[in-house]
Write a protein that binds this ligand. Structure first.
Ligand code: KDG
Length: 341
């Protein structure tokens, strides 16, 4: 029976590559059990994050002959990033996507991605994240009960606020700025003179609407999909940090999968990564025009001001290095230098 399944599998796989219609036959020959997979995420279903979760679900269904059913739960309906990470560790939820910045409470090293002005463009970020450096950090999650699969793109972060246009760092003076629950962000914006307020993403819109905070920073795609233009007047293009998302699975759940099922999860994750990055970058090119149309007053920080801000936050790198991140930071900067060559 085993030899027959292997032969069927081998011929089926070859055939399926030629004729995807044969995938159900291949799936039939594989060791796949019917499973419902609860996949939580923080942004809306219509966001770039929601579209990529839908794509991932379709890939999982297609590759498993419909047996692996992914149910997406958006708008933090299963909890905020940190709550979902703990649900995965406890085995109460199977999968999620969220920010690497909120993982620092579990693996401190992920904070290295949050240092400002690290990457010049998405190409550099892809090369480092998909390379040995990115994989090393992903592997460090296993002992914590999480399986890191791939990095999706949240994107370059920009500033919004309701008080004034930000044309220089000093304009952030006294601005109550919401940041992710992450020491690197708190340190960075306090250095710019803002009053950094760490808060979960799921509480952000209300905090902006009620004036609990004056501003926040996120990629333009999130400012659009989360309708921040309804509660924020000014948008400043600063691209101050490249923010990754990470696709996670519960190790308790993942370890219970067959080799065939694990391969389907891995292959679907890689396909979803390529889809998500392409989709996010296309969406990002349209967001600024959309936000202008919605009445936001938009300015871009000058190259001279960005250089000044880089100088202002240099001590943040020293602090990160002094707090145990020196080797990791050196490795990351070496990877970036390699990519730039
Ligand atoms: O749950 C939403 C988060 O994954 C992500 O978008 C986080 O960028 C983020 C923020 O500002 O909290």
């Amino acid at each position: 029976m085993k030899l027959f399944r292997t032969l069927l599998l081998a011929t089926g796989l070859a055939a399926a590559a030629l004729a995807p219609a044969l995938i159900p036959t291949v799936a039939a020959a594989q060791d796949i059990k019917p499973r419902i997979i609860r996949f939580g995420y923080g942004l809306s279903e219509s966001s770039n994050q929601g579209r990529a979760v839908k794509f991932f679900a379709e890939e999982m269904s297609k590759r498993s002959g419909g047996k692996l059913k992914v149910k997406g739960f958006g708008d933090a309906s299963l909890g905020n990033d940190i709550q979902m990470q703990n649900a995965l560790i406890g085995g109460a939820q199977e999968m999620m996507v969220g920010s690497t910045a909120t993982l620092v409470g579990i693996v401190k090293d992920f904070g290295v991605y949050d240092l400002p002005f690290l990457f010049n463009d998405e190409k550099e970020a892809d090369a480092v994240l998909d390379g040995p450096f990115g994989q090393k950090l992903i592997n460090s999650l296993n002992e914590k009960g999480l399986v890191g699969l791939v990095y999706w793109e949240n994107g370059f972060r920009n500033l919004t606020n309701s008080k004034r246009p930000i044309t220089k760092a000093e304009d952030l003076g006294g601005v109550k700025l919401r940041v992710m629950q992450n020491p690197v962000y708190i340190d960075m914006f306090n250095r710019f003179g803002a009053n950094a307020v760490p808060l979960a993403f799921s509480e952000l819109f209300t905090a902006l609407e009620t004036g609990t905070v004056d501003g926040q920073e996120n990629p333009v795609t999130t400012i659009q999909s989360s309708k921040f233009y309804e509660v924020q007047k000014y948008l400043t293009i600063s691209k101050h940090v490249y923010s990754p998302w990470i696709l996670l699975a519960s190790k308790r759940w993942y370890d219970g999968l067959s080799a065939d099922e694990k391969k389907i999860v891995q292959d679907s994750a890689i396909a979803s990564r390529d889809f998500e990055r392409k989709d996010s970058r296309e969406a990002s090119t349209q967001s600024i025009a959309y936000l202008k149309e919605k009445g936001m007053q938009i300015n871009e920080l000058s190259a001279a001001e960005l250089d000044r801000m880089r100088e202002l936050v240099k001590p943040a790198f020293d602090k990160y290095a002094a707090e145990g991140g020196a080797d990791l930071l050196k490795d990351l900067q070496a990877e970036i230098t390699k990519v730039r060559k």
